[in-house]
Write a protein that binds this ligand. Structure first.
Ligand SMILES: [Zn+2]
Length: 414
């Protein structure tokens, strides 16, 4: 079945726009894109007229955890069937908000969610998932106040504790066996973990290389959670493809040059740090997390400004965790606006949440993110131009329709 989408203005997700554009699709893929004159169509064909057509949004850093708790240690002991069922609502909310793909960088639920979405049992974005993240013992993925065996044996936990090259290699292979689309490792401490600090480097070069080697053989990317410059350097030197957060990058600007040279993608996740710093107290977040977020946010914003000025590849990710602080679908797109506050043009901020977010998935994401021949027909239909007001992407009502694989899956057109 062929369909033709006509647009007064097409935004392609690579940094270009085109007036009076036409996109021809066949089944779930794009078969031709160009001006109306260029895209020749024979015979009768279903035609959809739009004012603005752009790629569906991609959240490049999410965790479908289904938790309603603000305390990381609670996620470990909350009933995981309850959490799994909650994520069904989370993915639906994401689709309603214009997200047609999500890159999940740590969750024991997401590969199962992906399966039920792909078999069309539930509606949701395409999911590309890392499965459980790899953490060293006492690292960001450890729950420091719990008995070590509880953390080690809980299969529903967001992370897996591994120490030494052999354990890293085995866990990477097991994640790949489960169907992971990318591999996630924690190479520094974090905000939400209790006793470590974002500055602290975790894992040895040999351990990082073991994950990278195994992932490479499978043709998938390795993503590293990294705030401090020691961890960022460790990741870059050992072949990691994407740096998540990058809070303290400004302390060593030469790392940005290396990232640019290697084509490494940075996913800042400004919005979650801002939310924890500003609302953490009233929401009852643990004190240690609020302190680290407050201390880090200003540096974070400066680091990302520097990265933008140096033209480093940046993708937009929310790091949302669920209600009450960050309910899925409501405000993930605030990250796109924050990137413009860090100096990105609205067009580049759209690239960050479409084409570049697709690239951050790695080879498994090669069919998403841009409106190009051969890619999935995943679009948003808008009446107003987001290049003139980037914040409108945060408002569901402004997204007149969501198209996934050529089908209109959300329709608010009159
Ligand atoms: Zn995260």
């Amino acid at each position: 079945m062929k369909k033709l989408f006509l647009a007064d203005l097409l935004i392609d997700g690579k940094g270009n726009s085109l007036k009076n554009a036409a996109v021809l699709i066949s089944e779930d893929k794009i078969v031709n894109v160009g001006t109306e004159e260029e895209v020749k169509v024979r015979g009768n064909i279903e035609t959809i007229n739009t004012k603005i057509l752009m790629p569906g949004l991609i959240d490049a850093h999410a965790h479908f955890l289904g938790t309603h708790s603000l305390d990381m240690s609670q996620w470990l002991i909350e009933n995981d069937k309850v959490r799994s069922i909650r994520t069904v609502k989370e993915v639906q909310d994401m689709l309603l908000s214009g997200y047609t793909a999500v890159r999940d960088v740590g969750s024991a639920i997401s590969l199962s969610l992906k399966k039920v979405i792909n078999e069309d049992t539930i509606k949701g974005p395409r999911i590309y998932a890392a499965h459980r993240a790899l953490s060293q013992t006492a690292g960001h993925g450890d729950v420091h106040s719990y008995p070590i065996n509880t953390v080690r044996t809980e299969e529903g936990w967001i992370a897996r504790l591994v120490d030494g090259v052999d354990e890293v290699r085995k866990a990477t292979r097991e994640n790949l066996r489960q169907g992971a689309d990318l591999i996630k490792i924690f190479v520094t401490g974090g905000v939400m973990s209790e006793i470590d600090h974002p500055h602290q480097t975790q894992f040895t070069p040999e351990e990082v290389r073991a994950a990278v080697e195994e992932a490479k053989r499978y043709g998938v990317y390795v993503s590293a959670h990294a705030h401090g410059v020691g961890g960022i350097e460790l990741a870059l030197e050992n072949g990691v493809n994407t740096i998540e957060h990058g809070m303290y990058l400004k302390e060593k600007p030469e790392l940005l040059e290396i990232m640019k040279e290697k084509g490494t993608i940075l996913i800042p996740t400004l919005i979650i740090i801002k939310l924890i710093a500003e609302k953490g107290e009233e929401m009852g977040y643990p004190d240690f997390a609020i302190e680290k977020a407050k201390e880090g946010y200003n540096t974070h914003i400066k680091s990302i400004k520097l990265a933008v000025s140096k033209d480093v590849n940046i993708a937009a990710g929310s790091d949302f965790l669920g209600p009450p602080l960050s309910p899925y679908g409501f405000g993930n797109a605030r990250e796109i606006e924050l990137l413009t506050h860090a100096g990105m043009s609205p067009m580049n901020a759209i690239v960050a949440t479409t084409g570049m977010a697709g690239k951050a998935i790695g080879p498994r994401g090669k069919l998403v993110g841009t409106i190009e021949k051969g890619k999935y027909a995943d679009f948003l239909i808008l009446d107003k131009n987001p290049l003139e007001n980037i914040a409108l992407l945060q408002n569901r009502e402004e997204i007149k329709a969501v198209v996934k694989g050529g089908e209109v899956v959300v329709d608010r057109r009159q």
